[in-house]
Design a protein around this ligand. Sequence first.
Ligand SMILES: Cc1ncc(COP(=O)(O)O)c(C=O)c1O
Length: 394
Amino acid sequence: MFESLQPVSADAILGLIAEYKDDPRTEKIDLGVGVYRTTEGDTPVLQVVKRAEQILIDEQESKVYIGTAGSADFNSAMQELIFGESCPVDRLVTIQAPGGSGSLRVAASMILRASPTASVWVSEPTWPNHTPLLAGAGLSLKSYPYYNALNHEIKFDDMISTLKDAPAGDVVLLHACCHNPTGLDLSNDEWRTLTDIMVDRNLIPFIDIAYQGFAEGLNEDVFCIRHMSERVPEMIVSSSCSKNFGLYRDRVGTLSILAINDKARDVVDSQINNLVRTIYSVPPDHGAAVVSLILNDAELRSAWVIELTEMRERLKSMRVMLNDALILRSSKHDFSHLVRATGMFCFLGIPIEQVLRLKKDFGIYMVDSSRINVAGITPSNVNYLADSIIATLR
Ligand SMILES: Cc1ncc(COP(=O)(O)O)c(C=O)c1O
């Protein structure tokens, strides 16, 4: 049977990681891989996670199955973190999911169950995995304009006019903050305008929040979710704890669905749990148990906020440092979008020939689109990076 299968090309990022690893140059820089890094270039387990894991080791008495929805304590703490204290709990269902990706996939199947003909609109560009995760589940995808590569601005007017024409009942996938790959997020006023259109056109927001706390702060980064949840009849939210808790491999996230009323909420609850049973039955527990301990304990929670703030501030300062270093070296090129963007990613905004030259001549690795992970920049490599970028622009 399997002899009939053909090989599939490896993920571009995995290829880049392997090339970077094999590169013997000591000054090489990895701006490709999508994880947070410290100034030392490491992605360590957060200290607060280590503490919570120790508590788990000491106190966890059983590893029997948890239900399809995962841990109730985790779900309510995450729901409050995302939606705030005054969210419409009687209309909300939140389940634990295997990471943001697992949540997106379950959401896709729920959309198909509820409305098989609905299309999902995704930003152009969007996180490359959105397409296989959603289309792979059977959904039909359409795109709305988002990024102007010439001036590095959001094409807000084009985005709005496209969505105004979307058929009622379609779903619109939005990045709550730290848009991946552009790093550019809507302003609060733009979110308000968009919300009015979603309500007016009867479009369902599907919000992906994979970087809560990485842009401006835990509350600021979920403005769109809280604002929309007060106004729209229905919405979907997929969250990930991979980045803000550093729990990448432990697979921690949530899926929330806001239903039109409490009766519909109970139906969604039964459907979503039934669906999960047909895919992975129960979500992995360890990472979610760690997050639950942290969020439900005042002292651990403040320790987490401190570590999260450090990560956010480091990313911000690296953006400023690289932009300043580039300004010093050339007044001809404008890289100010580096500091207008938030989170881990943005486009450097250089053509593929320069991306390849940076790799070949300087050992600087990024994906072909020139999307960079700012977490790969450090005070010790920023000058070499700026010199190399300017050298390839000449
Ligand atoms: C925009 C976006 N959504 C979702 C995810 C999913 O993250 P994970 O499945 O690792 O939790 C990521 C991870 O890079 C992302 O960038």
